[in-house]
Ligand binder design. Structure first.
Ligand SMILES: *[C@@H]1O[C@H](CO)[C@@H](O)[C@H](O)[C@H]1NC(C)=O
Ligand SMILES: *[C@@H]1O[C@H](CO)[C@@H](O)[C@H](O)[C@H]1NC(C)=O
Ligand SMILES: *[C@@H]1O[C@H](CO)[C@@H](O)[C@H](O)[C@H]1NC(C)=O
Ligand SMILES: *[C@@H]1O[C@H](CO)[C@@H](O)[C@H](O)[C@H]1NC(C)=O
Ligand SMILES: *[C@@H]1O[C@H](CO)[C@@H](O)[C@H](O)[C@H]1NC(C)=O
Ligand SMILES: *[C@@H]1O[C@H](CO)[C@@H](O)[C@H](O)[C@H]1NC(C)=O
Ligand SMILES: *[C@@H]1O[C@H](CO)[C@@H](O)[C@H](O)[C@H]1NC(C)=O
Ligand SMILES: *[C@@H]1O[C@H](CO)[C@@H](O)[C@H](O)[C@H]1NC(C)=O
Length: 614
């Protein structure tokens, strides 16, 4: 262990020396940025050519840039998102560009998952077509050793980009498109292709342009290419398939309606009761037909059905107008919290979360998880105008555990010990699932009482996978999460493991026991000194436990022993050394065998048992 650390620091030291040396030789191209430029970050585009053989379909390319297929096909003037591309077919791909103050250079962070035989050089020059350089990749991933990449590892590739400055915006330069200068290019041919001119190209890029340099093409609006017409290899484009199914269905329904009417006219009055029943059926089918019609028209008008990648097939795609209608145009009246709104789509109430276009990551994670203790994603919607994504979740009616534990709901009845214990077990089950049963493992990274929602039966569901990471033992460079819940090793070194969720879960247990917040007004974290509770003799322990316990629980007169058991689990979870914390499997086991649990664990929901008098 120590030796490894030594190697690591030696490496860091050598790397830093090396780093500064190459810095002098310019890792990033010359043009610099400053963070106080007006429109930073900005949305811009990169020019990319489809390459044979592996990047000839939009699905592969959209994965590479973490965008949806529609977001590429629209600006690129592609008529469909499902046909294969031709080699060298030009594409415009949207990216979010921002200035990085460490390097004084602007780029877009793209996360790439290392595949067999990948190197920084290969991925920069081939996969990303020289839109970045391997030196820049090394600079933004200082903790990664280029020669020791692991398959499946996430690496940030900084795609070079630029946001127009104030003067440029005044001069109608709204986008600076990143383009890799090709050996047979000249500025006039580029200007013509993009609808720009040589003078403005030189203004932005200077005159010394080498082949394979990234240059920025100033344009006032997104250029439109005449795309070659590509005949689909097979007629089975997804959209057409769906249309066929729908037409098939409506024809089928039409015929059965006709038969029913015939039947009705034949059958006499004495079949009256039967008839009534059938009438109900007809009404139902009419309803279905209406819905199908609506679906069909929405397929036609929004050409976004097939786009957000085949991997997301299991979700419903809502039209943007449906989402807007449900939330009355995102009116404050429908706001639940943050950027989450509630609204009816059809008869059902949903929670609708507005996201920027990086929602794709979350979708990828959510499609892997499906468990009763995780909030279910029903579908999503994309606004083709601004690229915003809306995630549509099941609506969990009783709100967050936070609001139940804290003073927010004075008129609500307080949670009794059994309910709290059951919530703890539900959350533990949800976490066990994402830690043990997903490949690669998912780490939630932001477990806290406000991300735990309670349904009508007070069963808990984990929400908000916004920060979740798949893949284990990753190291992140910027710390996310919530004060009071963050594991110390993550705060110190950015190490992401499932054990950081275990730590946060320990804090949640502590909140369930104490009814206090994870961090108080003075900024003191709740978990400080909690391990002292387990010191001393039995009586001493109970005395100390009572000082920590929620008054409501003391009044309830619940078994101190039971609370002590949960406290012991919490303290184990809160160990400073992550390797000494229990796994979620152990935690679920320990909590479930707790004596206080007198309800039965059948799947079809628990009846809320009355508090047993003790
Ligand atoms: C950025 O802000 C500093 C001071 O706040 C100012 O001196 C500098 O000129 C600004 N840079 C730009 C490019 O606006
Ligand atoms: C790209 O798509 C093809 C199918 O067209 C697939 O076989 C291949 O594995 C994909 N390649 C990558 C790098 O994702
Ligand atoms: C890229 O991500 C890192 C951390 O993940 C962040 O510090 C940096 O500011 C980001 N840079 C850009 C240009 O978005
Ligand atoms: C970035 O710019 C700031 C001020 O503009 C300067 O202090 C800093 O040294 C620069 N950093 C690098 C890496 O060039
Ligand atoms: C990227 O640049 C290298 C030279 O630096 C060149 O050999 C390679 O062909 C370029 N890649 C592409 C896709 O143009
Ligand atoms: C630029 O390239 C185009 C074709 O690629 C060629 O017709 C034109 O003569 C070139 N212009 C200059 C100034 O080299
Ligand atoms: C804006 O960018 C142009 C071209 O790079 C440059 O000439 C000009 O000085 C910049 N203006 C400001 C205010 O930074
Ligand atoms: C966009 O593509 C269509 C064919 O799909 C073509 O008719 C149209 O001219 C293209 N637009 C431009 C501006 O080239």
């Amino acid at each position: 262990m120590k030796r490894e650390q030594l190697y690591f620091f030696t490496f860091l030291f050598i790397f830093h020396c090396f780093h500064y040396q190459v810095q002098a030789q310019q890792i990033f191209p010359t043009s610099t940025c400053s963070t106080n430029e007006t429109n930073n970050p900005c949305q811009t585009y990169v020019f990319y050519r489809a390459i044979a053989p592996e990047l000839l379909n939009l699905a592969n390319i959209s994965d590479l840039f973490s965008v949806s297929r529609l977001m590429i096909s629209k600006p690129s003037n592609l008529s469909t998102t499902t046909s294969p591309l031709l080699p060298n077919q030009p594409l415009l791909i949207p990216i979010t560009c921002s200035c990085n103050s460490n390097h004084n250079f602007s780029y877009s962070n793209l996360t790439y998952i290392i595949k067999p035989a990948d190197t920084f050089y290969q991925v920069s020059t081939h996969t990303y077509q020289n839109l970045t350089t391997y030196q820049a990749v090394e600079a933004v991933n200082p903790t990664l050793i280029p020669t020791l990449l692991q398959i499946g590892q996430n690496v940030v590739f900084p795609i070079f980009c630029k946001c127009p400055n104030k003067t440029q915006v005044l001069n109608q330069v709204n986008y600076l498109i990143s383009y890799v200068f090709q050996p047979n290019d000249n500025l006039s041919s580029i200007g013509e292709f993009f609808g720009s001119n040589v003078k403005s190209l030189i203004d932005v890029n200077g005159e010394k342009i080498q082949p394979f340099d990234v240059i920025y093409i100033p344009v006032s609006r997104i250029p439109q290419f005449a795309q070659p017409f590509v005949t689909p290899l097979s007629p089975s484009s997804q959209r057409e398939e769906r249309k066929e199914v729908i037409i098939g269905l409506s024809v089928g329904l039409g015929v059965s309606c006709f038969l029913l009417i015939l039947l009705i006219s034949i059958i006499g009055v004495w079949y009256y009761r039967e008839l009534l029943k059938r009438k109900e059926n007809i009404n139902e089918e009419k309803g279905n037909k209406h819905q199908l019609k609506r679906m069909k028209s929405s397929i036609e008008e929004e050409n976004l059905m097939a786009d957000v990648s085949d991997c997301l097939d299991k979700y419903k795609v809502y039209g943007i107008h449906e989402v807007k209608e449900a939330t009355a145009g995102f009116s404050p009246n429908c706001l639940i919290q943050g950027s989450v709104y509630k609204g009816y789509i059809g008869e059902e109430l949903y929670a609708i979360k507005k996201m920027k276009w990086n929602a794709y990551e979350q979708l990828k994670i959510l499609q892997k998880v499906n468990h009763g203790n995780l909030v279910r994603l029903e579908g999503f919607s994309i606004d083709p105008e601004d690229g915003n994504c809306y995630l549509v979740y099941e609506y969990v009616e009783n709100g967050s555990l936070y609001s139940w534990l804290n003073k927010e709901r004075l008129n609500m009845k307080k949670l009794d010990w059994k309910t709290r214990l059951r919530i703890a077990i539900d959350v533990a089950n949800g976490l066990q699932y994402i830690h043990e049963h997903t490949r690669p493992k998912v780490v939630h990274k932001d477990i806290k009482t406000s991300n735990i929602l309670l349904d009508g039966n007070m069963r808990a569901k984990i929400a908000n996978f916004g920060l979740a990471k798949s893949g284990c033992n990753a190291i992140t460079m910027h710390i996310v999460g919530t004060q009071g819940y963050i594991a110390p090793e993550y705060l110190a070194d950015g190490i992401v493991t499932t054990k950081m969720d275990v730590f946060s879960f320990g804090v949640v247990l502590l909140e369930l026991i104490t009814g206090k917040e994870a961090i108080n007004e003075e900024g003191k974290v709740l978990w400080l000194n909690v391990d002292k509770v387990l010191e001393g003799g039995e009586e001493m322990k109970q005395l100390k436990l009572k000082q920590w316990m929620d008054e409501v629980l003391i009044d309830e007169n619940c078994s101190l022993e039971g609370v002590m058991n949960v406290m012991a689990v919490a303290i184990a979870c809160l160990q400073k050394d992550p390797s000494r914390r229990p796994s979620m499997v152990d935690i679920v086991y320990t909590l479930c065998k707790s004596d206080d649990l007198h309800f039965d664990f059948s799947e079809d929901g628990l009846s809320v048992t009355p508090i047993s008098a003790r």
